[in-house]
Design a protein around this ligand. Structure first.
Ligand SMILES: [Zn+2]
Length: 436
């Protein structure tokens, strides 16, 4: 594995991508990243194609809640909610809401005990024995992306999301990202601001939540290397992001680039299968890039031995005085793996070989019908998959900065990706495909 880049080199790639700014689907930094990825991959010797993907681009403007007593707080308009230049009305908690109100609802992130996840896992690699007591704060509340729906059901004219139950103070929560255009305006307020608001409710005021939506063409970056079988392994991540995000998923891009460079330097006959490296667009628009890739390549999916997704080399953070502080530990690593025994064994032995502690091997549908990954839509197609993902609480926030990247994990994760690809030598899609 002498061809795996050093952690410093991978971190350099992550810094380059993060340095371009906010990479939401269709933003200039995302278009720049597409070109940069294509140049890196051609430079490694791969055949590169840019495949067009139509996405809905959402750009927020001013976000403000102003009470009639003059108090006001700035906030982030919720992605893909209706714009409002000025909406006046009664502001009330969800429990006290009348139809037509500006409804305030509090959000608390879900705490997930790892002792419970262990009961759902196919296997675990946890040499420290941390899973007995560790509790992970997920970047979602119990309703996942359906944060506006209770207010909609109550007949609200607008939604104000009070981020009072987050371990740190932020208004930059880029959720929902299913690109569903909800019919009322929405605004996230930080926990500190929202607590001041809640103390004054009910009252009268004005909501401003400006945004613009249009349709633009982005690209999946698709790079190929010929190999020693008629079948294909697809290694993937996504190039768009909620912010200038380092973990989500500049870190995944670095892992895919590292894996591509390794296999480019190995003679074609030593590659176990044809290899496709896929960097999708539009993850933050309901995985538009993955869906477009599947639509375009559906006849070829029967030849796919494995689809390996690499997302989020993340450090676990703790909240100290309302601020996020990275620890030295990785966030819990999920390895969603199709329930083919030889594939589950390959992943389990790889985790041990690369000492990827705090890892779970999980069935792809353990949390929801599809895995919560950018590659989710491969699962209902019956494509055998291994999806690595960790879900730190800051995943959708502007706090996802370089200091959150699990730098010590980059080389072992890249080596694990290479091992898993190599481990499929001699396998055929038919022996791994499970009808979901
Ligand atoms: Zn991601």
């Amino acid at each position: 594995m002498e061809h795996i880049p050093s952690a410093a080199e991978m971190l350099g790639w992550i810094e380059t991508v993060v340095g371009q700014g906010i990479r939401r689907p269709g933003y200039p930094a995302d278009a720049w990243t597409e070109q940069w990825l294509a140049e890196r991959l051609s430079g490694f010797g791969l055949e590169v194609t840019l495949e067009p993907v139509e996405v809905r681009r959402w750009r927020p403007g001013a976000g403000l809640l102003r009470l009639d007593d003059g108090t006001s707080w700035t906030g982030l308009p919720l992605p893909f909610t209706a714009p409002a230049k000025s909406l006046r009305g009664r502001i009330a908690r969800l429990a006290d809401a009348r139809p037509g109100d500006i409804v305030v609802d509090e959000l608390t992130f879900t705490e997930l005990p790892q002792s419970y996840v262990k009961t759902l896992a196919t296997s675990a690699y946890d040499p420290e024995g941390s899973f007995g007591t560790l509790v992970q704060t997920l970047p979602f509340g119990p309703r996942m992306m359906e944060v506006v729906e209770p207010a909609l059901a109550a007949g609200a004219a607008a939604f104000v999301g009070a981020l009072t139950g987050l371990p740190w103070d932020t208004r930059d929560y880029y959720v929902p990202y299913d690109a569903i255009e909800r019919p009322i305006p929405g605004l996230w307020l930080s926990g500190t601001d929202a607590r001041q608001l809640l103390a004054r409710l009910p009252c009268e005021g004005e909501l401003i939540a400006e945004s613009a939506v249009d349709t633009v063409i982005t690209h999946n970056v698709v790079a190929t290397l010929p190999g020693g079988s008629p079948h294909t392994v697809i290694v993937a991540s996504h190039h768009d992001a909620p912010w200038a995000s380092a973990v989500e998923d500049a870190s995944g891009l670095a892992l895919v680039l590292a894996t591509a460079r390794h296999w480019a330097r190995v003679p074609a006959a030593e590659r176990p299968h044809n290899l496709t490296f896929l960097l999708t667009s539009g993850h933050m628009a309901h995985a538009a890039g993955t869906r477009a890739f599947i639509d375009r390549h559906r006849p070829e999916l029967a030849d796919v031995v494995l689809q390996l997704h690499l997302e989020h080399a993340a450090l676990r953070c703790e909240a100290v005085d309302g601020k996020l502080v990275p620890t030295a530990d990785p966030e819990v690593r999920w390895w969603f793996t199709t329930r083919a025994p030889q594939l589950e064994r390959l992943v389990a032995t790889t985790l041990e070989a690369e000492d990827l502690r705090r890892s779970f091997v999980l069935p792809p549908d353990v949390f929801s019908p599809m895995p919560p990954t950018d590659g989710a839509f491969f699962h209902p197609e019956g494509v055998p998959l291994v999806h690595f993902l960790s879900a730190p609480m800051y995943l959708f926030d502007s706090a996802d900065t370089i200091d959150k990247v699990d730098v010590a994990g980059l080389e072992p994760l890249a080596r694990a990706a290479v091992r898993i690809v190599a481990g499929t030598a001699g396998w055929t899609p038919d022996e791994l495909r499970i009808t979901p």
